[in-house]
Design a protein around this ligand. Structure first.
Ligand code: NDP
Length: 341
């Protein structure tokens, strides 16, 4: 349950609470109603933005106090009185952070719940469907294609590169013939980046970003896939080439600092270098879902893309999983495995 609006990092027991309630699996189902069992939940950085006062407007709705939080999830239909959602169907959409839920067809539609016959047949882990094949994967694809407009031979730099979005950005860019450089917050994460095909990677916590960008991007940066913001953005702007593109995907370093936002001081370079600095929100671009899913599913099934999930078991561990992501303690896409099918 969402209990209280945090001013910095959320605290379990104060801002998020885990409770036990009864769920009647034998409840009568009205026409069109069905019961889902949650299999996997996604925890994502943007959820911090939803832990706000409902009066503050943003691109995704605030969580409701004293109600379950929600996010992208894979669930299976357990019981059904619906001809659309049948027993055994795998669903992907916005699910509450609960083990079981009763739903009407209208509610499922409002939550974007799609029946996904590919989930049980692809042979890929179910967790992939909230990560590399879910919202974060789509974010990598949309940001790169729509804003990045990559061209073979260019150099792309990806921050938070070992995370849910970053891992795929680098691999998609490699397929398009780019030189790919990434940064991450531990040596283990950096080793993973090299393992999945990044040309170069560095630990921004122990090494100097400015010096590493000079070394690894000798011809400058044409595309910056921005996940972090703050000082990382400021340093990278200094390395951008003329007509470079900054894909403003997220700025996680700024999500838990309250009013102490970092003031980027060199934005004037956007003018002189004719940079494009463009934000985007993945949910605005459902038109790219089909090509994204087709390309990435194929690459995963053929073993051409590698992707690390960081999976924790048990719905009761969801709050900690979310806080881990906000604090950079995840290694790969963080997901919560709630139940087996
Ligand atoms: P990740 O899986 O990458 O997890 C977040 C990572 O951010 C951490 O593991 C950490 O890795 C890194 N990080 C860097 N600086 C900080 C900091 N100051 N505090 C905490 N963590 C930090 O997350 P996602 O891949 O899901 O998301 C990446 C970005 O994309 C986020 O900014 C997110 O908000 C954004 N996003 C945007 C969407 C859109 O539609 N525009 C949709 C989905 C995500 P490290 O150890 O390397 O520092």
């Amino acid at each position: 349950l969402f209990k209280k609006v945090p001013t910095a990092y959320p605290v379990i027991g104060e801002h998020i609470e885990v409770i036990d309630t009864e769920f009647d699996l034998d409840a009568q189902l009205a026409d069109g109603e069905f019961i889902i069992k949650t299999l996997v939940l996604s925890v994502d950085p943007y959820m911090r933005g939803r832990m706000r006062d409902a009066s503050a407007k943003s691109y995704s709705p605030a969580f409701t106090l004293d109600q379950p939080m929600n996010g992208h999830a894979v669930a299976i239909v357990e019981k059904s009185n619906s001809s659309v959602y049948k027993v055994g169907d795998y669903l992907y959409g916005m699910g509450d952070f609960v083990n079981y839920a009763k739903m009407s067809e209208a509610e499922a539609k409002a939550r974007g719940m799609e029946v996904r016959p590919d989930i049980p047949t692809s042979g890929l882990p179910i967790t992939n469907y909230v990560g590399v094949l879910g919202m974060p994967g789509a974010t990598a694809y949309v940001g790169l294609e729509l804003v990045g407009k990559p061209k073979a031979g260019e150099t792309i730099y990806v921050s938070a590169a070992s995370g849910a979005v970053g891992q795929l950005v680098g691999q998609l860019a490699k397929t398009q013939g780019l030189r790919v450089v990434g940064s991450a917050g531990s040596d283990e994460k950096v080793a993973h980046l090299k393992d999945i095909g990044f040309d170069a990677a560095f630990n921004y916590k122990t090494e100097d970003t400015d010096a590493k960008l000079t070394e690894f991007c000798p011809d400058g940066v044409d595309i910056y896939f921005e996940n972090v913001g703050g000082a990382m953005l400021e340093t990278t702007i200094n390395h951008m080439n003329l007509f470079g593109r900054i894909i403003a995907c997220g700025m996680i370093s700024q999500y838990n600092v309250g009013n102490e936002l970092y003031g980027v001081r060199n934005l004037i370079q956007v003018v002189a270098k004719r940079l494009i600095l463009q934000g985007f929100i993945v949910s605005d671009h459902p038109e790219l879902d089909a090509p994204f899913r087709e390309q990435v599913t194929k690459a995963l099934v053929e073993g051409k893309f590698k992707y690390l999930d960081d999976v924790v078991d048990g719905i009761e561990n969801t709050p900690e999983a979310l806080i881990d992501v906000l604090q950079g303690k995840n290694f790969g896409k963080k997901a919560v495995r709630v139940a087996d099918p």
